[in-house]
Design a protein around this ligand. Structure first.
Ligand code: ZN
Length: 110
């Protein structure tokens, strides 16, 4: 999942005392492209709950979370996994590389 995999569909106050946003995202927990919905505690961030697995994902925008505005970042990142049959030394290197890519630490090298 990357920021381009998140589509903000709606962000409004409805009848609640706080803003609610509805998004479609590639969930970092269940791995499915799913609708999610949740409160917008600040103008730049939202906490949405995946409709499929009911886990929460935090979204961050540059200015205001509105439909069409890009999502700058999200948390948590998808936890990398490796097949148990991969040798440990190779698996450790692979998992470390995946963590570096998800944190954006390797972007300057490419
Ligand atoms: Zn999910």
């Amino acid at each position: 999942m990357n920021e381009a995999d998140i589509t903000l569909r709606d962000s409004r106050s409805d009848a609640k005392s706080y803003r609610v946003c509805k998004v479609d995202l590639l969930c970092p927990y269940c791995g499915f492209y799913s609708p999610a919905e949740g409160p917008v505690p600040t103008m730049k961030s939202a906490l949405v709950v995946c409709h499929r697995c009911h886990e929460a994902v935090m979204l961050q925008a540059a200015n205001v979370l509105t439909p069409g505005s890009p999502v700058l970042d999200y948390y948590p990142k998808k936890l990398p996994t490796v097949d148990p049959f991969v040798p440990n030394d190779i698996a450790d290197d692979y998992l470390e590389a995946q963590r570096c890519f998800s944190a954006g630490a390797c972007m300057d090298v490419l």
